[in-house]
Design a protein around this ligand. Structure first.
Ligand SMILES: O=C(O)C(=O)[C@@H](O)CO
Ligand SMILES: [Mg+2]
Length: 273
């Protein structure tokens, strides 16, 4: 079975962020991911990881003005300086947290901007950032996201993401394969696992129930089946990444709301036992 990480931006909403590390470890997660660490000193987060024997497996580079609605800077002409400063900051945190990969959000394509212009900026920014990440010994990930959750998001499809990664040709630039977004945008998820894992271009997988983005055992995707496919393909091609549970617990921010919803994780572990 794949290794599972808890997404601490979404799981354990009833707890303060720093207390979520302890909860995830107690619930049997071996790793954690989240959107942004920047509100906390890296030393403080590193201490929580160490105290709980957790691995930091992923976080995002600064996205621009998140509260103002921005969702990344990578496709935005004129913001290259800020983009580069954000990558430098993310790589500093990645070193302090011993985190092997950083997700770079593409951003919203402005209505007034031609897609080709946004794409040229995106590719140039990624090329530069992948070089910096390589010097720091990290992978850089790009994630196709559905436009119901993030209207106007630049990168939506798996094939587009893989084509961009291939065209740039940096071995540390990879795709963050979020099965939830994939199901909403294009479907055929199992076949896409079979197609893309063997390419070596998938750096991380994320899961959630579709369409509510609750626990993976709620909704239209059959995760036990998909875990078996991931296992089977991984055995053939040597994929050894992490699978992040990135969902909003159905019970919400109530005590033990996340822990009580982890039947899907226990079932996945039982399958491999
Ligand atoms: O929303 C998602 O899906 C993510 O993985 C976040 O990192 C936002 O891009
Ligand atoms: Mg995701």
């Amino acid at each position: 079975m794949p290794r599972f990480a808890a997404n601490l931006s979404m799981l354990y909403p009833e707890l303060d962020f720093l207390d979520r590390f302890d909860a995830a470890a107690k619930d049997g997660f071996a790793g954690v991911e989240y959107l942004f660490p920047y509100a906390f000193p890296a030393t403080e987060i590193a201490a929580r990881l160490k105290a709980n024997g957790l691995k930091q497996v992923l976080f995002n580079a600064p996205p621009g003005n998140w509260d103002g609605g921005e969702r990344g800077l990578a496709c935005l002409p004129g913001r290259e300086g800020e983009f580069r400063d954000g990558i430098a900051k993310a790589l500093d945190y990645a070193a302090a947290l011993d985190c092997p990969r950083v997700h770079v959000m593409a951003g919203l394509l402005p209505a007034s901007l031609a897609r080709e212009t946004g794409k040229a900026t995106y590719v140039e920014n990624l090329r530069w950032a992948a070089g910096e990440a390589a010097k720091a010994g990290r992978d850089l990930l790009i994630e196709p996201i559905n436009t119901r959750d993030i209207p106007g998001f630049f990168l939506n499809r798996q094939d587009e993401a893989h084509a961009i990664v291939e065209a740039i040709g940096a071995s540390n630039l990879k795709v963050q394969f979020d099965l939830y977004h994939c199901q909403i945008v294009e479907g055929d998820v199992a076949m896409k696992i079979r197609k893309y894992l063997p390419t070596g271009r998938v750096g991380h997988i994320q899961i959630a129930g579709v369409p509510e983005r609750h626990e993976p055992d709620i909704g239209e995707l059959n995760h036990p089946y998909l875990f078996k496919v991931i296992d089977e393909v991984s055995a053939q091609c040597g994929w050894d990444g992490w699978v992040g549970g990135e969902y909003r617990p159905a019970r919400g921010a109530v005590p033990n709301g996340t822990s009580d919803g982890l039947a899907w994780l226990r079932a996945a572990k039982a399958l491999s036992a």
